[in-house]
Design a binder for this molecule. Structure first.
Ligand code: 2HG
Ligand code: ZN
Length: 480
């Protein structure tokens, strides 16, 4: 029998809960009738997450068009005690952007104004609903780059990636989203607005709230605009896909190239289990005739062609088996496709449990060596697929097979991560998927401090209830 857990546990709400008439009237007056959605045909895409594992019926979906409207909506919901789930592109993978049942979904999609890039500060101001691709394109047009880069770039938004402190492929060099955020405009639970949009490089005037909101998963405030720091452009790229015998060999290679590659941008890893799935999904063929123990995708980027730099570093590297070097953009994209198509290929097979974890680099080989067996023992028939950002110690353990509310495999993986000194969330957040396991890698004192912040900023708990901390009644397998 499946162990009880946080999994897909919605509150069994299937009919649309109604909002008090007077509140509905106020909300309609604020955002306009056409932006208050309650027709199931229109609300469905806001009520189910990207994986299809998490879903719930909203009391309404609101689409405000300005910060003032967001503030007015929150003021009304705060007074009426109605819970609100802020939502960006809804590409989150931990159930943090969809309702459990009965909340108002606050879509920030219409806050899609992107101002002109300021070339002097190399900064840009973007509305929460602007997509990452749009920011990247504007940055390149100005001779700069926005280095937060993830496979969901076309749909993921500025607001959503700040809320989750999204990482992606280039964290190794540029850090996660938080490192790009120089200021935000955000609305607190009671409707008050905080604006720190001057883009000051130095500003030690009290607590750094913009950074606090980055990664707070919509539980402390609703980000409506952000001031983002861009980086110098690195238009020349060199990409190689390598086969190595094991994760241990991959780490030796990382150690070797770290010192040699000035322009190292990404070091990604995946395994044959994922390549088979990707090829089935894309109709392509595996890159090498003999599957290696571990595939490594290494990319350098600079102002001058880094191909030679990469080739020289890899030539002197012990343990490289088969390799493929991309010589142009199309070949680079073809190599990246093996890595980036993992998520969609897995989704095409079923509804996965997604465990985004980080390990200390030294513990990665042990984790990878035992995790599949641990999953097999805990949940026979479950199918783990591993891939991720090796350079950051970040693996995405995707598990196909278990029902949405069967958390046996999740439990065993997250406990293994904790026992090896890792974190149960690297870059996707805790959401509601992992809330029951937060205690594995955060101490009681730590959780109490985070709760105190939550209670101070959102005293009646209307912002994304259950996300990060869980709700009474949520409990993890073997822990409840
Ligand atoms: C990636 O690295 C994303 O491609 C998604 O973080 C990971 O699908 C996943 O588990
Ligand atoms: Zn990732």
């Amino acid at each position: 029998m499946p162990a009880p857990g946080a999994g897909g546990n919605n509150r069994n709400v299937t009919a649309r809960p109604s909002l008090p008439q007077s509140l509905l009237h106020d909300l309609r007056a604020v955002v306009g009738d056409q932006h208050v959605l309650d027709d199931p045909g229109l609300t469905a895409s806001y009520e189910t997450d990207w994986t299809r594992r998490f879903h719930g019926v909203a009391s309404a979906v609101l689409r405000p068009g300005s910060t003032e409207q967001v503030a007015a909506v929150l003021r009304s919901c705060y007074e009426a005690g109605i819970a609100v789930v802020p939502q960006g592109g809804n590409t989150g993978l931990v159930g943090g952007s969809v309702p459990r049942g009965g909340e108002v979904v606050l879509s920030l999609a219409r806050l899609d104004t992107l101002e002109a890039v300021d070339p002097v500060s190399a900064q840009v101001t973007a509305g929460a609903g602007v997509s990452i691709t749009t920011v990247q394109d504007a940055a390149s047009a100005a001779g700069l780059q926005y280095p937060v880069d993830l496979a969901s770039r076309d749909t993921a938004t500025v607001g959503g990636t700040i809320a989750t402190n999204a990482g992606g492929m280039r964290v190794l060099r540029y850090g996660p989203t938080r490192q790009r955020v120089v200021g935000v405009e955000a609305v607190l639970a009671d409707g008050s607005v905080i604006s720190r949009m001057a883009g000051l490089a130095k500003d030690n005037s009290g607590y750094e709230l913009s950074q606090l909101f980055a990664g707070s998963e919509g539980t402390l405030a609703v980000v409506t605009r952000a001031r983002l720091q861009l980086a110098p452009a690195t238009p020349a790229r060199a990409t190689a896909l390598l086969g190595v015998a094991s994760v241990e060999a991959a780490l030796s290679l990382l150690q070797h190239i770290r010192h040699q590659l000035r322009d190292m941008d990404a070091v990604e890893a995946f395994f044959h289990e994922g390549v088979e799935l990707v090829c089935r999904h894309t109709g392509g063929s595996p890159p090498f005739d003999t599957p290696p123990g571990c595939y490594l995708l290494v990319e350098c980027a600079g102002t001058e062609d880094p191909s030679e730099q990469l080739a020289t570093a890899l030539e002197s590297c012990p343990g490289v088996g088969d390799s493929a070097f991309a010589v142009d953009r199309a070949q680079q994209q073809a190599l990246w496709r093996y890595r980036e198509a993992h998520t969609e290929a897995i989704n095409a097979e079923g509804i996965p449990h997604k465990l985004d974890v980080t390990l200390p680099l030294a513990a990665l080989p042990e984790f990878e060596a035992v995790v599949r067996d641990r999953v097999a023992e805990a949940a026979p028939g479950a199918r783990p697929i591993l891939f991720g950002h090796l350079g950051d110690g970040n693996l995405h353990v995707n598990i196909l097979g278990p029902e949405a509310d069967d958390d046996r495999a999740t439990d065993v993986v997250l406990r293994l991560v904790a026992s090896l000194g890792g974190s149960i969330s690297a870059e996707h957040g805790i959401g509601r998927a992992k809330a029951p396991w937060l205690h594995l890698t955060r101490s009681p004192a730590d959780i109490a401090a985070m709760r105190a912040i939550k209670d101070a900023l959102d005293p009646s708990g209307i912002l994304n209830p259950g996300v990060i901390f869980g709700l009474p009644g949520d409990h993890a397998a073997g822990n409840g």
